[in-house]
Design a protein around this ligand. Structure first.
Ligand SMILES: C[S@@+](CC[C@H](N)C(=O)[O-])C[C@H]1O[C@@H](n2cnc3c(N)ncnc32)[C@H](O)[C@@H]1O
Length: 255
């Protein structure tokens, strides 16, 4: 089993509370692409606190959420029933998959950038039933990279605060291209779909979202960051977010 990458402690609470889930339409698209039925088994790899796992669970018979961070899995398990939560990373998928196969779908939501895509996509092929596949999903752009004034303010402030350029977390076209090439190279046929919606966004949600994307901070530093973010964001009044969920739906092509 592989150790996680820092989603621990308070970061998990912020993640569970403030990160957006996925609208039902995202699960509908995945279910339609792979003709999922109640006979199917799905694995959501890098499930975190279960954002996609919980909506997809209604479309399959057996839903498994898998993640290398015990704290993320515990929070997911507290919030949902009827799902099996497994501690493990992309490297552990073949072992789990062989015990379960065939899978209807393997999903990876906002997590592919942590994984070895080429190895994962090749290893997943023999685990999938005919017509099954992989759904790689991203949940819109990070809060600090959106086309809105509040987001530009946030991005420039975080740049000063961290001393680093804004991270895309591979939610952009370049990130999707890397994933698509790896899927096609591993023998999948890929179609891309988008689910767009507009949602209200509170200052607390922006602050929680930022804290969910950082390593845990010492209390005084967290308080300073929080009050500075409040000061900068309050003037924007009620904010909205244009969320563009991107799906790469990859069907196992015939042998
Ligand atoms: C940004 S969160 C995404 C959580 C959720 N899927 C979502 O859509 O919001 C990324 C998750 O990937 C997990 N992760 C990191 N490295 C991983 C790996 N090598 N294999 C599987 N999961 C991994 C992290 O522990 C974390 O829970």
């Amino acid at each position: 089993m592989t150790a996680g990458v820092g989603f621990t402690g308070e970061v998990v609470e912020y993640y569970a509370k403030y990160r957006r889930g996925y609208p039902p339409e995202v699960a509908d698209r995945i279910a339609a692409a792979f003709s999922l039925t109640p006979d199917d088994i799905a694995v959501d790899l890098g499930c975190g606190t279960g954002q996609l796992t919980t909506v997809l669970a209604e479309r399959v018979g057996t839903m498994i959420g898998m993640d290398p961070e015990p704290d993320m899995l515990s929070a997911a398990a507290r919030a949902a029933t009827g799902i099996t939560w497994v501690l493990g990373s992309d490297r552990d998928l073949p072992t789990l998959g062989r015990a379960l196969r065939p899978l209807g779908v393997l999903t990876v939501a906002t997590a592919i950038h942590w994984m070895d895509r080429d190895t994962l996509f090749r290893a997943a092929r023999p685990l999938l039933r005919p017509g099954g596949g992989i759904a790689v999903v991203t949940n819109g752009l990070p809060l600090w990279l959106q086309a809105a004034e509040w987001s530009r303010e946030l991005g420039s402030f975080l740049g000063e605060w961290t001393g680093r350029p804004a991270a895309t977390c591979q939610t952009d076209d370049a990130g999707r291209r890397v994933t698509r090439d790896a899927l096609e190279g591993a023998g999948y046929e890929v179609i891309e779909r988008t689910v767009d919606y507009t949602a209200p966004l509170s200052v607390d949600a922006v602050i929680g979202g930022v804290l969910s994307a950082m390593h845990p901070l010492p209390e005084p530093e967290r308080r300073r960051l929080t009050s500075e973010l409040e000061r900068r964001l309050r003037p924007y009044g009620p904010m909205t977010e244009e969320v563009s969920v991107k799906l790469q739906l990859a069907t196992r092509s015939p042998e």
